[in-house]
Design a protein around this ligand. Sequence first.
Ligand SMILES: [Zn+2]
Length: 134
Amino acid sequence: MNVTQTEVCPCGRTDARGKVLVYAQCCGRYLDHDTPAPDAESLMRSRYSAFVLGRVAYLEASWHASTRPARLALEQGQKWLGLEVKRHRVIDADHAEVEFVARSRVGGRGVRLHETSRFVRESGRWYYVDGEMH
Ligand SMILES: [Zn+2]
């Protein structure tokens, strides 16, 4: 899937007035430029958008080296339907958790992923470490 810079961001983030941000002002800043995501929620959202857009290299680069799979293969035919961030818990300056629900469809079957992901910041960059399913 592709998204233009002026389309709404796949992650569905809204501004203070409840308007969905366009891709260039949201995850596009991290996916298409070398700008580090400023917090764990922004990184989590950009990783969701990377799944939507099939950006494997970004998913690998934002996955902590200690837990990153040797080879990341995306599920073929998975259609992502939406993301809902339920909680962003800042533990300290370099550790945070984000609880979310991501909905998708694979082969006509609806899949609801409810996970709390752990993130760590190293040298000014946030990384996904691992997650617990609910
Ligand atoms: Zn976004």
